[in-house]
Structure formats: C-alpha cells, structure tokens
Ligand binder design. Structure first.
Ligand code: NDP
Length: 288
C-alpha cells in the first residue's frame, strides 16, 4: 500500500493563512490579538518551543510577549505573572509552558489563568466544557490533529480510533474530540493489556506515549491512519516520534512524520485559539 505522508507544515500554513482576514478584521477595530507566554526555568526544549511560538505569532500579525522566570521562581511569582496577564488588556491568550519546576503546582497555575484567555484549553472548566460536548478553548495538539484529519478528508464517523496515552494535554482531550466526531474511541495506557491487539483494531491510531519508535508496523492494521504526536530526542540529537515511521510506511494509508507532522499544527492551533479568544473578548467589549 502506498502510504500518504501527511504534510503538517502545509496544513499549518493553510490554517495560518485562514487566520489573516480575521486578524485584519480585529485590527480594523483597533484590536491586535496578543499572546502572553510564560516560561519558567531553562529547559532547552521548552525554550525552543517558546521561541517558535513567538515567531509564528509575528508571522500572522499577532502581538506576543514572553516572560522568562528563573528556575527558582516561587509558585507565588508564577501566579503573580499570570494574574498580571489576566488583567492586561493587550493580552488575549495566556500560555504557561509546561513542564513547570517541581516546586510549582501546575494545577494551581492553570486554575489561575482567566477562562477567556486559556488558549491551551487546560483550565478545568474548559476541560469540562469539552467533556460535556460544548467545547470552548480546546487543547492545541489534539485540536490540530482533528483539523489535519478533516483537511485530509478522513471521515471519522463510526470509525475506530485508538489512542495510546491518556495525559491531560494530549490523550484525554484527543479522545473527547474524536468522540465528538462520532468515532468509536479506545484509550490505552501503560496498564493496558495486550496493547498490540488493541492498536491493530484501529482505523485511526494516535500515538502519544513519549517513547521513541514505540509503535511498530506490526501494531498497525493495514490501511490504518497513523498520527504520531510524540517528540523524542534520540541520543544522536535527532528527533523521533512515538511511531517507528519506517515500519508503518507501506502499511498505513496515511502517516504523519516527525518532525513536520503534528508539531507545526499545534503551533497553528495556538494562534487560532488566540485569535478566537481575542474575537470573543473584543465581541464582549463591543456589546457592553
Ligand atoms: P505523558 O508522559 O504525560 O503521557 C504518556 C502516556 O503514555 C501516559 O498516559 C502513559 O500511560 C502512556 N504510556 C507510557 N508508556 C506506555 C506503554 N508502555 N504502553 C502504553 N502506554 C504507555 O506524555 P504527553 O501526553 O505529554 O506527551 C506524549 C508525547 O507527545 C511526548 O513525546 C511529547 O513530547 C509529545 N508531545 C507533542 C506535542 C506536539 O506538539 N507534537 C505536544 C505535546 C506532547 P500512564 O498514564 O499509564 O502512565
């Protein structure tokens, strides 16, 4: 079987292009959508992500501000920064880069982000809205996966989607979004028995495990769509996904590469969420 390689960069570009008229419309009303990014510590991967988010904002005409806090910054300092961004009228989206140092409780920080500016969609109230079928701001990575599948013309209705990974940032919201698209959803995790027997049932297989090349071709049904969320750094410095890409080529109907698959879409969705948040906030101001 000829596997179609899904070009995440091209999809991300199209998503960004579609934002331009919306950004222009906001600007004509005097609103420049703004993203505030908080980085705590000096994790090199986090630094690189934050840099690319800032660049992507500039590309579509969004204002962005980055706040670098020391690795020793206290929880109170992080919360103070979030509160300041909540109150800042130039900022419509707030993202706190994860992971946070151990002494800072991630739940406390996420809870502090204003619901209207929660462009990562991690606030418990946004999580609840998604789970009850009324999505507002939705986590960027799974949202990007769904947009990419739709743009590829892959019908999800009634198909079996199997997700490996149940984190709050990828696996669980991915399941909720696929369920909303009327897929039949199975979520697997480290305690799942007979994992390969489950993954082989997938029409759409989403890998969000955090282990390089964990999903081999033998775990994939012929003709399945394989979405690789994983980003793992190999000892030689190269990036690898959670899927053993070479072994699924020729077996899957579609597959996302790493890099160049889900990653660029995640950033594009962050921009989309920021524009959406700005529209909502500006709309509310306009109707006051
Ligand atoms: P987490 O470590 O939070 O979650 C990993 C999940 O995989 C857990 O649910 C865990 O199960 C499960 N798992 C671990 N080992 C196994 C196993 N042997 N068999 C079955 N399941 C297993 O990771 P994230 O969800 O945050 O991220 C997953 C990957 O996606 C990472 O590589 C990360 O870098 C990448 N990522 C990429 C993004 C992008 O933009 N492309 C954005 C976010 C993340 P259990 O719950 O039982 O421990």
């Amino acid at each position: 079987m000829n596997t179609k390689v899904i070009d995440g960069k091209a999809h991300a570009r199209a998503v960004r292009e579609a934002l331009r008229p919306r950004v222009d419309a906001l600007k004509s009303r005097g609103v420049v959508p703004g993203l505030g990014v908080v980085l705590v510590g000096d994790n090199p991967a986090s630094r690189a992500y934050v840099r690319s988010k800032g660049r992507a904002c500039a590309e579509v005409g969004l204002h962005s501000e980055q706040y670098d806090l020391q690795p020793t910054a206290s929880e109170a300092e992080v919360l103070e920064r979030v509160h300041a961004l909540n109150a800042d009228a130039r900022i419509h989206g707030i993202m706190v880069q994860l992971p946070l140092p151990e002494h800072v409780r991630v739940e406390r920080v996420i809870d502090a982000i204003s619901l209207a500016k929660d462009v990562d969609g991690f606030h418990p109230q946004n999580v609840g809205l998604l789970a009850t079928g009324h999505p507002n701001l939705v986590p960027c990575t799974p949202a990007g996966v769904v947009v990419m599948l739709e743009r590829e013309g892959i019908d999800l209705q009634g198909r079996h989607a199997v997700i490996v990974g149940r984190s709050n940032i990828v696996g669980k919201p991915m399941a909720m979004l696929l369920l909303q698209k009327n897929a039949t959803v199975t979520i697997c995790h480290s305690k799942s028995r007979a994992l390969a027997a489950l993954t082989r049932q997938a029409d759409v297989l989403v890998a969000a495990v955090g282990r390089a090349k964990f999903i081999g071709g033998d775990m994939v049904r012929e003709g399945a769509v394989v979405i690789d969320v994983g980003i793992n750094r190999l000892p030689d410095g190269k990036l690898a996904g959670d899927v053993d890409y070479a072994s699924v080529l020729g077996r899957a109907s579609h597959a996302t590469p790493v890099p160049g698959g889900v990653g660029p879409m995640t950033i594009a969705m962050l921009l989309a969420n920021t524009v959406y948040a700005a529209e909502r906030i500006a709309g509310k101001m306009g109707s006051e």
